[in-house]
Each structure stands twice: as C-alpha cells, then as structure tokens.
Ligand binder design. Structure first.
Ligand SMILES: *Cc1c(COP(=O)(O)O)cnc(C)c1O
Length: 393
C-alpha cells in the first residue's frame, strides 16, 4: 500500500510526528489507540448514523450535463456543498468528536483561519455537549465576522491570537500551547490532513466516505466503480484525500490537484505549494511548504481563504515525489471565472475553493469518453461578498 501511512506515520519520506516533548504522551496515546477505537462497531454505527441523519449523506453524485456538453467529456460533481454547514469539513469533525468522547475528553480546542473549520467544530461540540475553544488570529476575527458570529451562536468561545501576523499560524501556536497546558481533559481537533501523525491518516479516514460513495454511485450510473479522473482543490488536503482515498492505489484512476495559484507564482503571491515549496517541518510533520532562507514558513496568498495555507499534508508531498497526481496552480482570475461559469451553466454557486477545482476544465483536455469526477467541496454562500467585490455586482 504505497499511499497509506506506515507504522511510523510516514508517507514515503514525508509525515511523522515532530512534536514538543510535552505532547509526546497524549499524541503517543492517540497513535496507539485511534485505529482500535474508530474501527469498533459501536463507533462506526454512531458515526454512520450521524453522517446520514445529521450531515445528510450520501451526498449526490450529479452528472453535470451542461458542463459535460460544453467541455465534451463526462463531468460529475460530488456534492459536498450539500452537507450540513456547507462543506466537507463536517465529515471530519463528526469523526474526531466521537473519538474525543471515547477518549473521555470533555473539552475541544481548535484553531481556524477563515472560520470554516471553527464553525464545523463548534457545530459538533454543540451536538455533543462539549466545551469548545477556538483560537483565531485577531486579524482573521475582523475579516471573518459572520463565521465568528456563527461560532458564538453555537456556544463556542473564540479566543483571539494577538502575536505576529495575527492569522492562522499564530492561532495554531496558541491552540497547541493550550493543549500542552490542558492535556488531560482536552482534545485537539485538527481540520485538515495536516499535523503530526496520526492526524493526517485520521482525517483521511474520516473524509474517505466521499470516495466510498463515489464508487457506489458510479457503479450505479456508469456500471463501473472507477472514474478516469478525480479532480479536487487542496488547501491542507482533506477534501481531496476524501475524494481520492479509495482510488489512491489504483493508478488507472488519474488524480488531479488544484492549488491556489494566487496572483503571481514568481513573486510568491501564491499558495501553490507544489510549485514553490521546499522540504521542512510544518505543524509537526515533514512536508513541502513555502519558506524563507531560514526555513520559516512564508505567508501564503490565495483569493480563497481555505486554500491560503503555506503547505499541504504529507501525503501530497509523497504524491508529488511519486508523480501520483497532476498538480495545477489555478490563479485567482481563473478560479473566479470558473465559479461564475458553474452558476450560469448549472445553477450552483460554489465555494471559491471548489471553483479552483472546476477551473481545471479550462486547463486540461479530457476525452469525450472520460469520466471526470470533480469534488465540489463547499457552497458559495460564505463567499458572496468576495464574488461581488470581484465581479462588481
Ligand atoms: C476548508 C476548505 C477547503 C480546503 O481545505 P482542505 O483541507 O484542503 O479540503 C476547500 N474547500 C472548502 C469549501 C473549504 O471549506
């Protein structure tokens, strides 16, 4: 299994758990127990029931006829935008909160950048009656006020991180600090396929329901389980690994990654990690990320808040090294146009993150017989101001 994590938490040369001494005991416990717990029958039953009745799964696999006609290929959209809270992130927070409960924790700490993961976390904490503390950069709190209001309505405490640039990196630092100081009753709920082992693998497994459903749905519609291509956007990599998971070892299924190209790759006004990243340790694992000469992470830029991350999960560094996926840097303009096209062609307003995946249709030629599945990671309600400012509506 070339694309599964090994005993030590590595995907080939990438991954692992590079963590402070103080976190060794709790992460060590998680590493030894997580598979046992999530594979238990009662855990699986509770999770499946919530995914069905609370999240609204399975999400449809929609044959997009107008897009298919336009691009002369078969385009299917996996409708994660129809999940409760508007994106795939809830699949993972449901899984992790059930795990936290089984581990006897009563408090959840998380960090959030744009606020989407914070909202998904506050949602499941409300559902499970758990205390919820979300660290968020003070600058992000100003920029993302609707999500801050959502988290507060859901009962979470939003704590501003005031050091440095006052964005995601500082929020991660403070959330980790909180966890180090409160290891016994607190679970750290990470929102993407990043962080020290076992988080990338854990998040991948919780999101893998996406490709599990794609297989069944394709079998019903096309009479075979495997598509020719799966296309997804990558910030940290959680929606993409969910859509790729059950196809990773089958190289006849071609995988396509859309990164946030931003406005200029040359000037590093970008989030296209696979083009400008270098090896190093970011958020507890070895992976590619954008860094300066001293190895400090650089601030990433993308018009999409969810793709605005200087690295990606270790699986993607491994896939890049092994040539398992084709990587595209989708520029802001290309994504915004593709988002507007989907509105006009299919009557679906996508999240700007997802618009990056849609833009691949303009960058790559597919054959008429190809089955191309695009993971529509989220809906665009949260992005209306951004679309409106861009297009001047
Ligand atoms: C957060 C987010 C992303 C990016 O995160 P991944 O972990 O890479 O999936 C993509 N799309 C939407 C809608 C998001 O909210």
């Amino acid at each position: 299994m070339k694309y599964q994590v090994d005993q030590n938490g590595f995907y080939g040369n990438y991954g692992g758990a590079f963590i402070p001494e103080a976190l060794q005991p709790i992460i060590g416990q998680l590493q030894s127990d997580y598979l046992k717990i999530i594979n238990q029958t009662d855990f699986q039953e509770e999770m499946q029931q919530l995914l069905r009745d609370y999240v609204g799964r399975p999400t449809p696999l929609y044959y997009a006829k107008n897009l298919s006609d336009k691009y002369n290929t078969k385009v299917y959209l996996k409708r994660e935008d129809l999940c409760h809270t508007g994106a795939h992130k809830i699949n993972n927070t449901i899984g992790q909160i059930l795990l936290a409960k089984r581990l006897g924790k009563r408090k959840i700490v998380a960090e959030t950048g744009a606020g989407q993961h914070g909202v998904a976390t506050a949602t499941v904490c409300a559902l499970m009656g758990m205390e919820c503390i979300v660290y968020m950069g003070a600058l992000d709190i100003e920029r993302q006020s609707p999500n801050v209001a959502r988290m507060k309505m859901l009962g979470a405490e939003v704590r501003p991180a005031r050091s440095g640039a006052q964005t995601l990196k500082e929020a991660v630092d403070e959330a980790l600090l909180y966890w180090i100081e409160n290891p016994d009753d607190t679970f750290y709920l990470i929102g993407s396929a990043v962080g020290p082992h076992p988080y990338p693998d854990m998040v991948s497994r919780f999101q893998s329901v996406i490709s599990e459903e794609i297989k069944k749905q394709l079998n019903d519609i096309e009479g075979k389980e495997t598509p020719d291509y799966v296309v997804a956007c990558v910030g940290g990599g959680s929606n993409a690994v969910g859509a790729f998971y059950h196809f990773l070892e089958d190289e006849s299924v071609k995988l396509v990654v859309a990164e946030g190209g931003g406005v200029s790759i040359e000037d590093l006004k970008t989030a296209a990690t696979s083009f400008v990243g270098k090896d190093g340790i970011l958020h507890g694992s070895k992976t590619l990320f954008m860094q300066d000469d001293t190895g400090e992470p650089l601030e990433a830029y993308s018009i999409s808040a969810g793709l605005d991350y200087p690295g990606f999960g270790p699986l993607y560094s491994h896939m890049k090294e092994q040539n398992r996926a084709e990587f595209f840097a989708v520029m802001d303009d290309e994504a915004m146009q593709a988002g507007l096209d989907l509105c006009k062609q299919e009557g679906i307003i996508p999240a700007i993150e997802s618009s990056h995946a849609l833009a691949v249709l303009n960058k790559k030629q597919f054959k008429p017989s190809d089955v191309v599945v695009i993971n529509l990671s989220g809906r665009g309600d949260k992005d209306l101001d951004n679309y409106r400012n861009y297009f001047g509506f």
